[in-house]
Ligand binder design. Structure first.
Ligand code: MG
Length: 402
């Protein structure tokens, strides 16, 4: 019986993870749940899955839950970190959205638990620290992101994730991450100007939370995933490619140095990568419906349109610049997406805010930008970048009103 903790249990990945747990009760037991502020749903989950302890980062929501939960309910970032390192479990699904997931993910690693990582921002903003700590504490970081799970399945047995693979040759080939292209695939810059938050969150193939749906529409999600892959598989950015594949059946591929390609396919359902992370190296029976290739239609692949969707290029820039640049990229993106979702800025303002924030950070921090000494560097860069990005949002809003 694997005893697990789910961070972000009320979000899209958290709910799918609980479906997997519910389907295989003989294999998995949830011992702790944590979320941001959705106390109603967390209360329902507590009644159903009977964890020993829970947390909500929002203190007011935590108070409401504590009054009725019947188990200890913690609050704040400290509460999340305590849950992440709770002694009664050996595996943590890290599925909090955004930079807020970094501190609890590191707490889980430092308590020696293997991680099913859905929170890509932990690797984006402090990837070198996360991977170093994972090595130091001997924990596995198993990808829950569908593309990285696909790559992992294609190069299984190579160093990076599995300690036992340390003596195998490293992966020398190329990683090819696939991207659905999101809801705005094929649209022109002009057409994008008038796109609304509702249109941006209507993803054609995947059911996801709002933040990641907007990231998918801007291609920033793929940019963050390039950075994630760079750290997870220790592959330089020039060997990570992106192909748009609108059918979302090939979840990613690897190309070996001899020219062979291996791809991983399945119906698009996040329960597959979640279950594989939970059960690795075993495979569970019947996790998702089988893919009927005779009904799948044609599979197509094309290069991303980075002129219309430049966010992908900014992610490569951030890797090349190194240090805190990816944390700045991520912070600016979080602020810009939030502003877009609230109606404060337009869709095309998102890349403008990211680019300008990165440029001002880069000119200010030339000497500081080399290597993160620990996660505090990322935290500092994150808060500075948030302030600059928020100022840009205000300027754009003011410009619009004029
Ligand atoms: Mg993904």
């Amino acid at each position: 019986m694997k005893r697990i903790i789910i961070l972000g249990s009320t979000g899209s990945i958290g709910k799918s993870a609980l479906e997997v747990v519910e389907k295989y009760p003989e294999r998995f037991k949830v011992v702790a749940l944590a979320a941001c502020k959705n106390h109603e749903l967390l209360f329902e989950q507590i009644k159903k899955f009977k964890p020993e302890i829970a947390a909500l980062s929002d203190p007011a929501a935590a108070d409401i839950l504590a009054a009725k939960a019947g188990i200890p309910v913690l609050s704040g970032e400290e509460g999340l970190k305590t849950i992440a390192s709770y002694a009664g479990a050996s595996f943590v699904i890290s599925a909090i959205v955004g930079f807020a997931g970094l501190a609890p993910t590191l707490a889980a690693i430092r308590s020696g638990k293997d991680i099913g990582l859905a929170n890509k921002e932990a690797l984006v903003t402090a990837g070198s620290v996360v991977m170093e700590e994972a090595g130091k504490y001997g924990v596995k970081i198993l990808p829950v992101d569908s593309e990285h799970s696909a790559v992992f399945q294609c190069i299984d047995g190579r160093p990076g994730i599995d300690e036992k693979a340390k003596h195998n040759p490293p992966f020398e080939g190329e990683i090819i991450l696939t991207a659905s292209g999101g809801p705005f695939l094929g649209k022109s810059r002009k057409e994008l100007e008038s796109m609304t938050p509702n249109e941006a969150v209507s993803h054609p193939n995947w059911k996801m939370g709002k933040k990641i749906s907007v990231d998918s529409a801007t291609l920033m999600n793929k940019g963050l995933e390039v950075i994630e892959a760079h750290h997870l598989f220790q592959v330089p950015p020039e060997r990570i490619k992106v192909l748009v594949h609108p059918q979302s059946l090939v979840h990613s591929m690897v190309e070996f140095q001899d020219g062979s390609l291996i791809a991983q396919l399945s119906v698009p359902d996040m329960k597959a990568p979640i279950a594989y992370a939970l059960s690795y190296p075993e495979r569970l029976k019947g996790v998702i419906p089988r893919l009927d290739l005779t009904r799948a239609g044609n599979l197509s692949f094309m290069s991303p349109d980075t002129e219309t969707f430049p966010c992908l290029l900014y992610a490569y820039d951030a890797i090349r610049e190194g240090g805190t640049a990816p944390a700045v990229l991520n912070a600016a993106n979080e602020i810009a997406v939030e502003a877009f979702l609230s109606g404060a800025i337009g869709f095309n303002d998102i890349p403008v805010i990211i680019k300008n924030t990165m440029q001002s950070h880069s000119s200010k921090n030339k000497s500081k930008n080399k290597k993160l000494s620990d996660e505090r560097d990322a935290v500092e860069a994150d808060s500075n970048a948030r302030r600059s990005a928020a100022r840009l949002v205000e300027e754009i809003k003011a410009g619009k009103r004029r």
